[in-house]
Design a protein around this ligand. Structure first.
Ligand code: ADP
Length: 515
């Protein structure tokens, strides 16, 4: 610590914080960062593909999650390292923008880092590597566009959408029911999609889980599920042509608070007070029942609770009510009923009838962990269906698109005379990491399998040849119906390149030292 004076003579203190910090510079910084990034990618590598392993994660409060969804694994892992956090962000960005491919994007970034390290050791400047990677990613993204196919679908012909959703689900724990879950996802997305504007608002789809039952019981419900009972057991459980009043305020008689100090010394006074309270509440009920001249509510849905007395009075005034309904559900009910003021509403989900274009689904399995994983898998499938509605181009999966890009990028490298050529070649090698991981996770010899498939792609001029993970007998992904969305794959390449470039450009790491 030192005291000094500025140009106006004012004293200030300089804390020699630097002494308490560790600092890594230059190649050491890059190597440490690459090692951290690679460590994260190594964890996810074994989870990639239909034969990928699951991870079991325990939160500090003892809750256990079993998943193979890259974004969820990274989210729940308590990472301290800042570079590792960048990888977590990478997976999250892929999840946010595309919803699928969260494991693949991290595996790709890990491979790019690994190859960058080799180039750094050979003395190539990190900026040249970053530039080479950028050029290569553009070649790969353009190549993906070239090898993509348009998937034609209509409201009645949705088989192609279902097949693509099934590819996503095939690598999840729920793959036993992938066909039915994919159908549910596609129907749900189509129900809320605006096909003309090619837009889907996934907020209108709610995935609900309920303990008990089997995965096969999962069903699509056109309506809104409010898993609540009527506030009074004697209120009617089925209301046709209901007119719903949605209340976001508490709904109960006003209560005299002790701090207002009401002196009640006779029974009459008490009775008057009680009657006044009742009258006040009755007025509230009447207001609900006669919102306008002819439109009166026949059902109240309240965001807050109401006490026993209010409940009793509602029952007597023939105004059925549901209390403690969540804000999201209220919003959905409001959206669903705004265009048609008459709707059928029933509280128990078994009897829920069609209201409008808001869907809710029930994913059941005896186990809470399984329900959570089912919800995550359905989310991925919903995102894939949404992406296809936005852009109906697909590429083949099973690593075939990566292999094809690798061949294209490798060929493009020769055109660049500069040092970037090495980085472009390294990018082509990194693209092989995805098919190699798929092969390794399926118990195949990674290098042999990859080289066989690569030469087959060149020989047959077929960019659909990939890794036969499920031992079907053919590695033509077109025959196996393994599809991925073009935008998802392009995004994987773009995002992983951006993160790796960012990591390579860091040459000074200052962090607080441990005492
Ligand atoms: P991500 O979280 O990145 O989607 P997944 O574990 O879902 O990771 O694995 C996706 C990868 O598995 C993709 O490369 C996809 O093409 C591949 N894949 C999915 N199903 C099959 C299959 N039946 N055969 C071969 N590869 C498949």
């Amino acid at each position: 610590m030192a005291m000094t004076f500025d140009e106006f003579g004012r004293p200030f203190i300089i804390l020699r914080e630097q002494e308490q910090k560790t600092r890594l510079r230059g190649l050491d910084a890059q190597k440490a960062n690459i090692a951290a990034g690679k460590a994260v990618a190594r964890i996810l590598r074994t989870s990639l593909g239909p034969k990928g392993m699951d991870k079991m994660l325990q939160s500090p409060d003892g809750e256990v999650t079993i998943t193979n969804d890259g974004a969820t694994i990274l989210e729940q892992m308590d990472v301290d390292n800042q570079i590792a956090k960048l990888m977590v962000e990478l997976s999250r960005s892929q999840d946010y923008e595309i919803g699928d491919g969260t494991t693949g994007v991290v595996v790709m970034a890990g491979a790019l880092l690994e190859h960058a390290q080799k180039l750094l050791e050979r003395g190539i400047h990190p900026i040249r590597i970053a530039e080479g990677y950028e050029m290569a990613s553009r070649v790969a993204v353009d190549h993906l566009e070239r090898i993509s196919h348009k998937f034609e679908f209509s409201a009645t012909n949705v088989e192609s959408l279902i097949q693509t959703c099934m590819t996503t689900l095939s690598s999840k724990i729920v793959n036993r029911c992938k066909r039915s879950l994919a159908e549910i996802a596609v129907k749900a997305v189509l129900a809320v999609a605006d096909l003309e504007r090619k837009d889907v608002n996934l907020d209108l789809i709610k995935v609900e889980g309920k303990v008990g039952g089997k995965l096969e019981d999962t069903e699509l419900i056109y309506g809104i599920v409010v898993d609540k009972d009527m506030s009074h057991p004697q209120m009617p459980k089925h209301i046709e042509d209901a007119k719903i009043a949605i209340l976001t305020c508490p709904f109960e008689p006003p209560k005299p608070k002790a701090k207002h100090k009401v002196d009640i010394d006779t029974v009459e006074k008490f009775q008057t007070l009680r009657e006044q309270e009742q009258k006040y509440f009755d007025d509230m009920v009447q207001k609900c029942k006669k919102v306008a001249e002819d439109v009166g509510a026949t059902l109240v849905i309240c965001q807050w609770g109401f006490d026993d007395e209010a409940n009793h009075l509602l029952m007597h005034r023939d105004l059925p009510a549901v209390r403690w309904v969540g804000g999201v559900e209220l919003e959905l009910i409001a959206i669903a009923t705004v265009s048609n003021d008459i709707c059928v509403f029933c509280v128990r989900w078994e009897n829920c009838a069609k209201i409008s274009r808001v869907d809710t689904r029930e994913a059941g399995q005896g186990n809470k962990m399984m329900i959570e994983e089912t919800k995550r898998s359905l989310h991925d499938a919903l995102c894939v269906a949404r992406n296809l509605i936005r852009n109906n181009s697909i590429v083949y999966g099973g690593g075939s698109a990566e292999i094809s890009c690798s061949i294209a990028v490798d060929a493009a490298a020769d055109k660049y005379p500069g040092v970037e050529q090495y980085a472009i070649r390294a990018f082509a090698d990194a693209l092989d990491a995805v098919p190699m991981a798929l092969a390794e996770n399926s118990g195949l010899q990674p290098i042999e399998t990859l080289s066989a498939v690569k030469s087959q792609q060149i020989k047959e001029n077929n960019s659909g040849c990939g890794i036969d993970c499920n031992d079907v007998g053919t590695n033509d992904m077109r025959e196996q119906n393994v599809f991925e969305t073009l935008i998802g794959k392009q995004q994987q390449i773009l995002l992983s390149t951006q993160v790796v470039k960012m990591i390579l450009k860091i040459d000074d790491v200052i962090s607080p030292s441990e005492f």
